[in-house]
Design a protein around this ligand. Structure first.
Ligand SMILES: Nc1ncnc2c1ncn2[C@@H]1O[C@H](COP(=O)(O)OP(=O)(O)O)[C@@H](O)[C@H]1O
Ligand SMILES: [Mg+2]
Length: 266
């Protein structure tokens, strides 16, 4: 079969702890086309983070293969710098360095990749401006709120213009209106850049609003139970939330997740 831009094929992951072996993922396959916006939803512990950590080469699959842009990962060899730079990762917790300013934190990946910081100065400012943080560029993390730190975490993952952006429940405890603002900003960036986005969330409405496709997973062991195409057109605005079709998609996905939870209780 022809490979997709990102292909996860028959991947299983077993974590060995001292006492147990945990089957985190069992024989999952996923594909992501170039420029696609795909969300992954599912109960806590179903292996969502594990999947994108494998694509980011932080952890290795126990079985199966991962191919990104024509390159199949080798479990014994770390990714090359060129391959790493295609990837951007936005974590659940922003983990800013307290001794660097906001802007220095945003620029940090560039330093790691050995880029010329001056070339990215304008981009950093424009990303900061986009999330309303330009006036805090020279502040230190201790001087800004948790929500602001989260926004900085988001743009730090984008600073090097990655081809693939993986977002692991990136908004943490941000309030609803900040999430909405960031999501609309994210859609704009996605449209402007053609970045491939893999977005993990437990918020079904958020997944439907943003995505072209949603993978639904179940846990113990983690498996993919549905791959749902979201036909809500190209123009995604908050107005969609009131529409009937939007509600139908949310209900469909919530029912899928709900059924699993119910079956587990029985
Ligand atoms: N480093 C690890 N060591 C042991 N178990 C782990 C490790 N990372 C994840 N797990 C287990 O694997 C399963 C999937 O975890 P995770 O990918 O974090 O799920 P999710 O992101 O969907 O909540 C869980 O049961 C979790 O406890
Ligand atoms: Mg997780």
């Amino acid at each position: 079969m022809e490979k997709s831009y990102i292909s996860i094929e028959n991947v299983s992951k077993v974590f060995q702890t001292r006492k147990h072996s945990i089957a985190a993922l069992k024989d999952i396959s996923m594909r992501f086309e170039k420029g696609e916006f795909v969300s992954i939803v599912g109960p806590s512990g179903c292996g969502k983070s594990t999947i994108i950590r494998m694509v980011d080469d932080i952890i290795k699959p126990t079985e199966g293969s991962i191919t990104v842009d024509g390159f199949t990962y080798d479990n014994n060899v770390p990714l090359s710098s060129e391959q790493i730079q295609k990837l951007g990762f936005i974590f659940q917790i922003p983990n800013l360095y307290p001794w660097f300013t906001v802007k220095e934190n945003v620029m940090l990946p560039l330093k790691i990749y050995g880029k010329d910081l001056k070339e990215y100065d304008e981009r950093a400012n424009s990303l900061l401006d986009g999330v309303g943080m330009l006036e805090y560029a020279n502040a230190y993390p201790a001087e800004i709120s948790g929500g602001m730190s989260q926004r900085i975490g988001v743009i730090r993952g984008m600073i090097h213009s990655p081809d693939i952006l993986m977002m692991d429940e990136p908004y943490g405890a941000l309030d609803e209106s900040t999430r909405e603002t960031l999501n609309m900003e994210l859609l704009k960036i996605w449209k402007d850049t053609g970045t491939t986005i893999i977005f993990i969330t437990h918020n079904v409405e958020e997944a439907v609003l943003l995505s072209e496709r949603v993978y639904v997973m179940e846990s113990h062991p983690g498996r993919v139970i549905a791959d749902i195409k979201i036909d809500l057109g190209e123009e995604r605005t908050l107005d969609l939330i009131g529409e009937e079709r939007f509600g139908e998609y949310c209900t469909e996905i919530e029912n899928l997740i709900g059924k699993i939870e119910l079956a587990k209780i029985k």
